[in-house]
Design a protein around this ligand. Sequence first.
Ligand code: CAO
Length: 423
Amino acid sequence: MKALEGVKILDFTHVQSGPTCTQLLAWFGADVIKVERPGVGDATRKQLVDVPGADSLYFTMLNHNKRSIELNSKNETGKQVLTRLIQECDVLVENFAPGALDRMGFGWDRIQEINPRMIMASVKGFGPGKYEDCKVYENVAQCAGGSASTTGFLDGPPLVTGAQIGDSGTGLHLALGIVTALFQREKSGRGQKVLAAMQDGVLNLSRVKLRDQQRLAAGPLKEYSQFGEGIEFGEATPRAGNDSGGGQPGRILKCKGWETDPNAYTYFITQAAVWSDICDIIGKPEWKDASGYKTPPERLDKLNDIFDAIEAWTMTKTKFEVMDICNPKNIPVGPILSMKEIMEDEGLQATGTIVKVPHPERGEYYTVGCPIKMSDSPVDVERSPLLGEHTSEILSEVLGYAPEEVANIFASGAVGELPKAAE
Ligand code: CAO
């Protein structure tokens, strides 16, 4: 048995933020019914295509373990089918542009009328306020949520990060909101609206930077490299390069092979507790007790020299050798792993974090499996559905339409062509 077995999700999501959320719910055992525009489907099916004619990795990697129904929610018969789906399902998840559901005739009031137990969960770019009507994509959210202004080097422009904290991060927040609302419904018997705004999600993940904003009132932020370099702080939390966020100084340092391998680097933290071991390893035993070096505050204005000395040592080792030497001494280091190294990592494959999935159109591909492991609710990653693959079975098995009704629904044009055969 899976944790969310019996929960039916009406999945109106597209692109990345919403699909991340419903994919997690599917992995936890919910029956996720993805509603897609007939003949078109989720726009990502045909974005960044690598195998002509097949669903893209963008789509397949965000829509595992779901069923797909083609349904035109603006067609009269389509609206009737959608009404039946709202009656049957527990949760409706959507990430349309603001107002799209109302324009379809399925705003919150109407949904409650149809099914008072329905939980309606939405991702929007911004919460209520002056930007609420804006369309938002990943990088807009990273910029509006405080991540971009605090990422990058002090002397460079704001930077966006490769981690999709706006899209996938908000999908994660929404998934938590949904299971919490399901839990509350056990007692209240009622559904509710759940909103995760991308700006809010990014800000939540940038929480420590708002902490630093307020600490500025009490003086310069000593753990930022610019303090030791004597550079004045401005009014807002600055960009901190690769400094570690906590009080233990850290940097990204070159390792053996850096001249040709863009990922031959390690993260190295000069944690106070292991300072003597660091000094021994890098061949600077005299720094252990020297005045100006002995305690963390004394070292702050010498961090560039100290990291130069550590880097002179790391450059003689591969990033994995650095790990092998430092780990036994409890010195916190981490190799900069490329996506190629991660994809081929046997340990990640053994835990199901990296999974190989067969697909009838594109053959086998790698994906990221469920990042949350539950001992009593194991996850089997199954391929994403072809467009409309489950239209007939959802109409008959989930909604209980008789064969002639199913035929009439197809004839009305509300659910596209007769579904393709699945493998
Ligand atoms: N049947 C009929 N119509 C459908 C349909 C269906 N099954 N599914 C979608 N549509 C219609 C919508 O109703 C909408 O029509 P209207 O404009 O007439 O209301 C239209 O398709 C387009 O939907 P959209 O506006 O959501 O899509 P878009 O490509 O124009 O915008 C995006 C995309 C992501 C910018 C926008 O959806 C958005 O801002 N979403 C909220 C924030 C978000 O999730 N951003 C993250 C995107 S990456 O994860």
